[in-house]
Design a protein around this ligand. Structure first.
Ligand code: 13P
Length: 285
Protein backbone atom coordinates (compact mmCIF):
# COMPACT_ATOMS: atom_id res chain seq x y z
CA UNK A 1 0.00 0.00 0.00
CA UNK A 2 1.19 3.52 -0.56
CA UNK A 3 2.23 6.18 1.91
CA UNK A 4 -0.71 8.17 3.30
CA UNK A 5 -1.07 11.40 5.27
CA UNK A 6 -1.34 11.42 9.03
CA UNK A 7 -4.69 13.20 8.65
CA UNK A 8 -6.07 10.19 6.83
CA UNK A 9 -4.61 7.78 9.42
CA UNK A 10 -5.68 9.77 12.47
CA UNK A 11 -9.21 10.64 11.34
CA UNK A 12 -9.82 6.91 10.83
CA UNK A 13 -8.21 6.06 14.16
CA UNK A 14 -10.30 8.62 16.05
CA UNK A 15 -13.51 7.30 14.50
CA UNK A 16 -12.43 3.71 15.23
CA UNK A 17 -11.33 4.36 18.86
CA UNK A 18 -7.74 3.26 18.46
CA UNK A 19 -4.44 5.13 18.06
CA UNK A 20 -1.71 4.82 15.45
CA UNK A 21 1.71 4.15 16.97
CA UNK A 22 4.41 6.51 15.66
CA UNK A 23 7.94 5.19 16.13
CA UNK A 24 11.01 7.42 15.85
CA UNK A 25 13.79 5.86 13.83
CA UNK A 26 17.18 6.56 12.31
CA UNK A 27 18.54 3.50 10.51
CA UNK A 28 17.62 0.68 8.16
CA UNK A 29 17.22 -2.14 10.70
CA UNK A 30 15.05 0.09 12.89
CA UNK A 31 12.77 1.00 9.95
CA UNK A 32 12.56 -2.67 8.89
CA UNK A 33 11.58 -3.64 12.45
CA UNK A 34 8.77 -1.06 12.63
CA UNK A 35 7.32 -2.01 9.25
CA UNK A 36 7.64 -5.77 9.86
CA UNK A 37 5.82 -5.47 13.20
CA UNK A 38 3.00 -3.40 11.70
CA UNK A 39 2.63 -5.66 8.65
CA UNK A 40 2.54 -8.82 10.81
CA UNK A 41 -0.23 -7.26 12.91
CA UNK A 42 -2.07 -5.76 9.89
CA UNK A 43 -1.82 -2.37 11.55
CA UNK A 44 -1.43 1.16 10.22
CA UNK A 45 1.83 2.73 11.45
CA UNK A 46 3.75 6.01 11.36
CA UNK A 47 7.51 6.03 10.79
CA UNK A 48 8.83 9.33 12.14
CA UNK A 49 12.14 11.08 12.54
CA UNK A 50 13.23 14.20 14.39
CA UNK A 51 15.71 16.69 12.89
CA UNK A 52 18.78 14.99 14.37
CA UNK A 53 17.59 11.62 12.99
CA UNK A 54 16.96 13.14 9.55
CA UNK A 55 20.40 14.76 9.58
CA UNK A 56 21.90 11.38 10.48
CA UNK A 57 20.11 9.47 7.71
CA UNK A 58 19.58 12.22 5.07
CA UNK A 59 15.93 13.18 4.49
CA UNK A 60 15.77 11.88 0.91
CA UNK A 61 17.31 8.54 1.91
CA UNK A 62 14.92 8.21 4.85
CA UNK A 63 11.82 8.80 2.71
CA UNK A 64 13.13 6.54 -0.08
CA UNK A 65 13.78 3.60 2.28
CA UNK A 66 10.41 3.89 4.04
CA UNK A 67 8.55 4.29 0.72
CA UNK A 68 10.24 1.31 -0.99
CA UNK A 69 9.67 -0.98 1.99
CA UNK A 70 6.08 0.23 2.57
CA UNK A 71 5.20 -0.24 -1.07
CA UNK A 72 5.48 -4.02 -0.67
CA UNK A 73 3.10 -4.13 2.31
CA UNK A 74 -0.69 -4.23 2.58
CA UNK A 75 -0.84 -1.60 5.36
CA UNK A 76 -1.08 2.21 5.29
CA UNK A 77 2.14 3.92 6.41
CA UNK A 78 2.78 7.54 7.40
CA UNK A 79 6.14 9.34 7.04
CA UNK A 80 6.33 12.13 9.60
CA UNK A 81 8.72 14.84 10.83
CA UNK A 82 8.76 14.87 14.65
CA UNK A 83 9.31 18.24 16.43
CA UNK A 84 10.26 20.45 13.49
CA UNK A 85 12.30 23.14 15.29
CA UNK A 86 11.89 26.04 12.84
CA UNK A 87 9.69 27.03 9.88
CA UNK A 88 12.58 26.37 7.48
CA UNK A 89 13.53 22.95 8.89
CA UNK A 90 9.88 21.91 8.78
CA UNK A 91 9.22 23.11 5.23
CA UNK A 92 12.46 21.47 4.02
CA UNK A 93 10.85 18.10 4.77
CA UNK A 94 8.20 18.78 2.10
CA UNK A 95 11.00 18.65 -0.48
CA UNK A 96 12.10 15.22 0.82
CA UNK A 97 8.56 13.87 0.34
CA UNK A 98 7.30 13.66 3.94
CA UNK A 99 3.51 13.21 4.04
CA UNK A 100 3.17 14.81 7.47
CA UNK A 101 5.19 17.34 9.45
CA UNK A 102 5.17 18.61 13.01
CA UNK A 103 6.11 22.19 13.72
CA UNK A 104 6.91 22.59 17.43
CA UNK A 105 6.56 26.22 18.45
CA UNK A 106 5.53 25.34 21.99
CA UNK A 107 8.46 27.24 23.53
CA UNK A 108 7.22 30.48 21.91
CA UNK A 109 4.48 32.78 23.18
CA UNK A 110 1.10 31.41 21.97
CA UNK A 111 0.51 34.13 19.36
CA UNK A 112 3.91 33.47 17.77
CA UNK A 113 3.40 29.69 17.88
CA UNK A 114 0.04 30.18 16.12
CA UNK A 115 1.46 32.58 13.51
CA UNK A 116 4.31 30.25 12.45
CA UNK A 117 2.21 27.07 12.65
CA UNK A 118 -0.39 28.76 10.40
CA UNK A 119 2.29 29.49 7.78
CA UNK A 120 3.50 25.86 7.98
CA UNK A 121 -0.11 24.69 7.50
CA UNK A 122 -0.53 26.96 4.45
CA UNK A 123 2.58 25.60 2.72
CA UNK A 124 2.10 21.97 3.77
CA UNK A 125 -1.57 21.80 2.85
CA UNK A 126 -0.74 23.23 -0.58
CA UNK A 127 1.42 20.11 -1.02
CA UNK A 128 -1.16 17.70 0.40
CA UNK A 129 0.86 17.22 3.60
CA UNK A 130 -0.74 17.19 7.05
CA UNK A 131 0.48 19.18 10.04
CA UNK A 132 0.84 18.48 13.77
CA UNK A 133 1.34 21.33 16.25
CA UNK A 134 2.17 21.50 19.95
CA UNK A 135 0.74 23.41 22.91
CA UNK A 136 2.14 23.34 26.45
CA UNK A 137 5.59 22.08 27.37
CA UNK A 138 6.39 18.39 26.90
CA UNK A 139 9.75 18.14 28.65
CA UNK A 140 12.27 15.39 29.32
CA UNK A 141 11.14 12.95 32.02
CA UNK A 142 14.67 12.54 33.37
CA UNK A 143 15.56 16.23 33.69
CA UNK A 144 14.35 17.28 37.12
CA UNK A 145 15.46 15.87 40.48
CA UNK A 146 12.10 14.18 41.02
CA UNK A 147 10.74 14.11 37.49
CA UNK A 148 7.30 15.11 38.70
CA UNK A 149 7.77 18.86 38.66
CA UNK A 150 9.11 18.58 35.15
CA UNK A 151 6.27 16.55 33.72
CA UNK A 152 3.72 18.86 35.27
CA UNK A 153 5.39 22.18 34.46
CA UNK A 154 3.77 22.97 31.15
CA UNK A 155 0.28 21.42 31.25
CA UNK A 156 -1.59 22.76 28.21
CA UNK A 157 -4.37 25.27 28.76
CA UNK A 158 -7.56 23.99 27.01
CA UNK A 159 -8.64 27.54 26.06
CA UNK A 160 -5.24 28.12 24.41
CA UNK A 161 -5.55 24.76 22.61
CA UNK A 162 -8.94 25.82 21.23
CA UNK A 163 -7.51 29.10 19.94
CA UNK A 164 -4.41 27.34 18.56
CA UNK A 165 -6.44 24.81 16.54
CA UNK A 166 -8.98 27.35 15.26
CA UNK A 167 -6.42 29.95 14.19
CA UNK A 168 -3.62 27.73 12.90
CA UNK A 169 -5.69 25.14 11.03
CA UNK A 170 -3.59 22.15 12.18
CA UNK A 171 -4.84 18.64 11.45
CA UNK A 172 -3.87 17.32 14.89
CA UNK A 173 -1.77 18.48 17.80
CA UNK A 174 0.19 17.37 20.83
CA UNK A 175 -0.79 18.84 24.18
CA UNK A 176 1.18 18.48 27.40
CA UNK A 177 -1.03 16.59 29.89
CA UNK A 178 1.59 15.28 32.35
CA UNK A 179 3.55 13.27 29.77
CA UNK A 180 7.28 13.67 29.10
CA UNK A 181 9.96 12.25 26.79
CA UNK A 182 12.36 9.56 28.04
CA UNK A 183 12.27 7.25 31.06
CA UNK A 184 9.75 8.35 33.71
CA UNK A 185 11.15 8.40 37.24
CA UNK A 186 7.73 7.42 38.58
CA UNK A 187 4.36 6.39 37.20
CA UNK A 188 3.21 9.28 35.00
CA UNK A 189 0.03 10.97 36.16
CA UNK A 190 -1.84 11.98 33.04
CA UNK A 191 -4.32 14.82 33.55
CA UNK A 192 -7.45 13.22 32.11
CA UNK A 193 -9.53 16.22 33.22
CA UNK A 194 -7.41 18.48 30.99
CA UNK A 195 -7.50 15.94 28.15
CA UNK A 196 -11.32 15.80 28.27
CA UNK A 197 -11.60 19.57 28.15
CA UNK A 198 -9.10 19.83 25.28
CA UNK A 199 -10.96 17.19 23.28
CA UNK A 200 -14.29 18.97 23.89
CA UNK A 201 -12.90 22.34 22.82
CA UNK A 202 -10.90 21.25 19.75
CA UNK A 203 -12.39 18.09 18.23
CA UNK A 204 -9.24 17.27 16.18
CA UNK A 205 -7.27 14.05 16.74
CA UNK A 206 -4.87 14.43 19.67
CA UNK A 207 -1.26 13.23 19.84
CA UNK A 208 0.39 11.84 22.97
CA UNK A 209 4.18 12.25 23.10
CA UNK A 210 6.45 10.43 25.54
CA UNK A 211 4.75 7.06 25.07
CA UNK A 212 7.67 5.12 26.63
CA UNK A 213 6.68 3.87 30.08
CA UNK A 214 3.03 5.00 30.11
CA UNK A 215 1.11 1.94 31.36
CA UNK A 216 -1.25 0.19 28.95
CA UNK A 217 -4.39 1.07 30.91
CA UNK A 218 -3.48 4.77 30.82
CA UNK A 219 -2.74 4.68 27.09
CA UNK A 220 -6.08 2.99 26.45
CA UNK A 221 -7.98 5.45 28.61
CA UNK A 222 -6.35 8.34 26.71
CA UNK A 223 -7.21 6.69 23.39
CA UNK A 224 -10.83 6.35 24.42
CA UNK A 225 -10.77 10.09 25.20
CA UNK A 226 -9.55 11.15 21.73
CA UNK A 227 -5.81 10.42 21.53
CA UNK A 228 -5.23 9.05 18.01
CA UNK A 229 -1.42 9.02 17.67
CA UNK A 230 1.10 7.93 20.29
CA UNK A 231 4.85 8.56 19.92
CA UNK A 232 7.35 5.94 21.06
CA UNK A 233 11.11 6.42 20.86
CA UNK A 234 13.19 5.59 23.97
CA UNK A 235 11.62 2.17 24.51
CA UNK A 236 12.76 0.93 21.08
CA UNK A 237 16.29 2.34 21.37
CA UNK A 238 16.73 1.01 24.92
CA UNK A 239 15.52 -2.50 24.02
CA UNK A 240 17.61 -2.61 20.85
CA UNK A 241 20.81 -1.33 22.46
CA UNK A 242 20.51 -3.71 25.44
CA UNK A 243 20.26 -6.70 23.07
CA UNK A 244 23.12 -5.39 20.92
CA UNK A 245 25.34 -5.10 24.01
CA UNK A 246 24.49 -8.68 25.05
CA UNK A 247 25.13 -9.98 21.52
CA UNK A 248 28.53 -8.27 21.34
CA UNK A 249 29.48 -9.66 24.74
CA UNK A 250 28.48 -13.20 23.73
CA UNK A 251 30.39 -13.09 20.43
CA UNK A 252 33.83 -11.56 21.03
CA UNK A 253 35.90 -11.30 17.88
CA UNK A 254 32.95 -11.95 15.56
CA UNK A 255 32.96 -9.14 13.00
CA UNK A 256 29.79 -10.17 11.12
CA UNK A 257 27.75 -6.98 11.46
CA UNK A 258 24.57 -8.60 10.10
CA UNK A 259 24.82 -11.34 12.72
CA UNK A 260 25.32 -8.72 15.45
CA UNK A 261 22.36 -6.59 14.32
CA UNK A 262 19.81 -9.36 13.66
CA UNK A 263 18.90 -10.01 17.34
CA UNK A 264 18.59 -6.22 17.80
CA UNK A 265 16.15 -6.05 14.92
CA UNK A 266 14.18 -8.99 16.31
CA UNK A 267 13.93 -7.30 19.71
CA UNK A 268 12.71 -4.10 18.07
CA UNK A 269 10.04 -6.05 16.17
CA UNK A 270 8.87 -7.55 19.48
CA UNK A 271 8.74 -4.13 21.21
CA UNK A 272 6.96 -2.47 18.28
CA UNK A 273 4.34 -5.24 18.30
CA UNK A 274 3.72 -4.82 22.03
CA UNK A 275 3.11 -1.10 21.56
CA UNK A 276 0.95 -1.47 18.45
CA UNK A 277 -1.25 -3.85 20.44
CA UNK A 278 -1.41 -1.33 23.32
CA UNK A 279 -2.65 1.22 20.78
CA UNK A 280 -5.38 -1.24 19.66
CA UNK A 281 -4.55 -0.64 15.99
CA UNK A 282 -3.82 -4.30 15.12
CA UNK A 283 -6.06 -5.64 12.35
CA UNK A 284 -7.21 -2.08 11.52
CA UNK A 285 -5.21 -1.74 8.28
P1 13P B 1 9.62 8.62 24.31
O1 13P B 1 11.05 8.60 23.95
O2 13P B 1 9.37 8.96 25.74
O3 13P B 1 8.89 7.39 23.89
O4 13P B 1 8.94 9.84 23.52
C1 13P B 1 8.88 9.80 22.12
C2 13P B 1 8.31 11.06 21.57
O5 13P B 1 7.38 11.61 22.10
C3 13P B 1 8.90 11.57 20.33
O6 13P B 1 8.35 12.80 19.97
Amino acid sequence: MSIVTNKELLDRAKAGHYAVAAFNTNNLEYIQAILTAAADLKSPVIVEAAKSEIDYMDGNVFVAIVSILADKLAIPVGIHLDHGPTYEETIRCLSYGFKSVMYDGSALPLAENIAITKEVVRAAHACGVSVEGEVGVIGQAADGPEGKANDMIGIANPGECERFVKESGVDCFAAAIGNAHGIYKRKPELRYDVLAEIEKKTGVPLVLHGGTGIPEEDLRKAINMGVSKINFSTVMRKGGIEVLAETLKKNPGDWDLMKMLTPTKEKMIEIAKQHIIMCMSDHKA
